[in-house]
Design a protein around this ligand. Sequence first.
Ligand code: PEP
Ligand code: MN
Length: 365
Amino acid sequence: MEIRLGPVIMPETLSERPVVIAGPCSAESEEQVLQTAKELSEIGVKIFRAGIWKPRTKPGGFEGVGSKGLSWLKKVKAETGMLVSTEVANREHVFEALKAGIDILWIGARTSVNPFAVQEIADALKGTDVPVLVKNPVNPDIELWIGAIQRLYNAGLRRIGAIHRGFSSYDRKLYRNLPLWHIPIELKRRIPDICIFCDPSHIGGRRELISPLAQQAMDLNMNGLFVESHVRPEEALSDAAQQLTPDALECIIGHLVIRDTNQTTENLVDLRREIDRIDSSILELFAKRMRISGEIGVYKKEHEMPVLQSSRYDEVLKDRIRTGKALDLSDEFISTVFRDIHQESVRLQLSVMNGEAMNGRTMLL
Ligand code: PEP
Ligand code: MN
């Protein structure tokens, strides 16, 4: 089905890059909301975000202030002139948000994964023209993401945007949620009209990662950033490690390199960024390989097998050299790399045999 969309927010704002939507993970108090909004407005942010109904992975965490936060958002609108946005996860949230005049709604990653919930939201929005931003589902399933957008589209909405917030994975990793960039790129290919925002806060999970992620999003031509900002991040009741002060956000935005989107020739900057991305994938794979190697160490220990099994090592090395050759990689390079990898695996398994924890981590995950 073809999806033709209108501008998700004011067309004049959309021509800027990046369009910045910023605000705290959660609205916590009237003072925190208004102070953050005021400072963000002063640095030029025109759209404010704050969660008031918070989906938490486990019960017992801060689950948001609920409906009373809507009046704080109304105050933000009145006092700063910013547009305000919040997350909705069910019919009641939609009705309350619309009644309070919230300008933009977003559907969170734990909701876009659930077609029943998205349909309920779409039904509640029928007959309105409120902009809705759909976060990618927690798992990397583009059809589910498109399906959520289609449900809103079928309800008559045309101001629909998307937010790439990364995808959860079981592996230990650099990012809180893996930025699988090819998925939003494919989304844009399938729905060319769609505006895509990047949420570097939920991808990174840590403040230090927000700047490089925001730059990558700009390099991939995304329209905007959806980013968490709090006047006192370290005191935040949710997602404290990934929130930025408005000042820090201003600095990050000021340093973004926004390149000419019509440029067709790849330049060195592009290629170096690609190398950075590849290196971080290689590092993650190294970590995964070592973890599995450690698990083999536990198995060998339990079955009283020796760490070193020369025939297996010889087989692995020959096979990798052969495969490398087919990929135009030199024998010398592959044997050096795999000798070092093997050496590290042996070191790790020996420490398992001696009962030491693997790099201070528990062995059996
Ligand atoms: C949020 O934006 O605060 C949020 C809960 O994000 P996500 O749905 O991406 O986890
Ligand atoms: Mn958050």
